[in-house]
Design a protein around this ligand. Structure first.
Ligand code: ATP
Length: 306
């Protein structure tokens, strides 16, 4: 039996190695989420970012021809401003960010950055101009240094450390026995949701893009961590054109405009105060989230008193 156990063990080891390799590749594709058919136009030129104003003009989109996901979407994020997209699950919020990155082409209408159609510029220059803090940050099976530097591969070690400090993860990393050389990911140190978000923020600080997409995590972090991360995100977003895909309405109160998406259409739009006053879908969602937060607070208090 022993004779058999060793090769089986070995096969198990190889299997795990291969699987991990595949997982890395899958993660890369997830990250890029790029269908093969999107190619640069033959006369594509590099995007010239002036202020970084983003415009969606009557955008219609379907992943599959028989199912329309977005209809008649028009909005603008003026240079340096913040627009938040909210709405029920499946409304098409993340799809908007994929279209801005040009992971897919619009079915009709157009998306421009400083007046340039995203289909007319090189994908490389487009993606260099946009930074993304995703819902779930993918960590590579490599050092923390590598994982942060991914935001700008040419960054020096000092620049990586500075970005980590600004993202308030520097102390944590420096406290690890191996510091920035610590291995993370599936095979290394498992970082918490909040720590992973900070790695993503540090990456974005390094990349310093004029346009930012914040895809808020659905999975709730604890309230304190959430508040801290929000403060960091607000700081990163300052002066950048920012599109926030929000699940928690508390984070969009300060947005210049809130777009309420429902079944791929803009149901309502306006500032927080205007939408509350209008008493529509947004106001209903706001009341519901408030009630849920209050209930949670009461539950916590009851448990604490017990
Ligand atoms: P959530 O808040 O749950 O993240 P969302 O508003 O961001 O949702 P999207 O992810 O934009 O919604 O998805 C909108 C619709 O498009 C959904 O019905 C979804 O099933 C569909 N969809 C998303 N990605 C694809 C894809 N690659 N191929 C086909 N359909 C897709």
């Amino acid at each position: 039996l022993m004779q058999l156990a060793i090769p089986l063990n070995f096969i198990g080891f190889i299997y795990r190695e291969i699987r991990q390799g595949l997982a890395d590749i899958e993660q890369m594709f997830d990250l890029l989420d790029q269908p093969a058919e999107i190619v640069d136009a033959p006369n594509a030129v590099p995007l010239k970012v002036i202020g970084g104003a983003v415009r969606f003009e009557d955008v219609v989109f379907s992943y599959d021809p028989d199912r329309r996901i977005l209809s008649g979407i028009s909005f603008e994020v003026p240079a340096g401003r913040t627009v938040a997209i909210v709405g029920p699950s499946g409304a098409g919020k993340s799809t908007l960010s994929r279209l801005l990155f040009r992971f897919y082409d619009v079915t009709s209408g157009r998306i421009t950055i400083d007046g340039q159609d995203v289909r007319d510029v090189t994908q490389e220059s487009l993606r260099a101009a946009i930074g993304m803090v995703p819902q779930d940050t993918v960590l590579f099976n490599d050092s923390i240094l590598y994982n942060i530097r991914y935001g700008r591969p040419s960054a020096s070690d000092d620049e990586v450390r500075e970005a980590a400090r600004q993202a308030r993860i520097g102390h944590f990393v420096e406290s690890l026995p191996q510091g920035y050389a610590s291995q993370v990911g599936e095979r290394g140190l498992k970082l918490s949701g909040g720590e992973k978000q900070r790695v993503a923020i540090a990456r974005t600080i390094l990349k310093a893009p004029p346009i930012l997409i914040l895809d808020e995590a659905t999975s709730a972090l604890d309230t304190n961590t959430e508040r801290e991360i929000q403060a960091e995100l607000d700081r990163v977003a300052e002066g950048r054109t920012t599109l926030v895909i929000a699940h928690r309405l508390s984070t969009v109160v300060g947005a210049d405009e809130i777009i309420v998406l429902e079944k791929g259409r803009i149901a309502e739009r306006g500032t927080h105060a205007a939408l509350i006053a209008a008493g529509g879908l947004y106001a209903t969602m706001w009341d519901r989230q408030r009630a849920a937060a209050d209930a949670e607070e009461q539950l916590k208090r009851a448990i604490a008193e017990d």
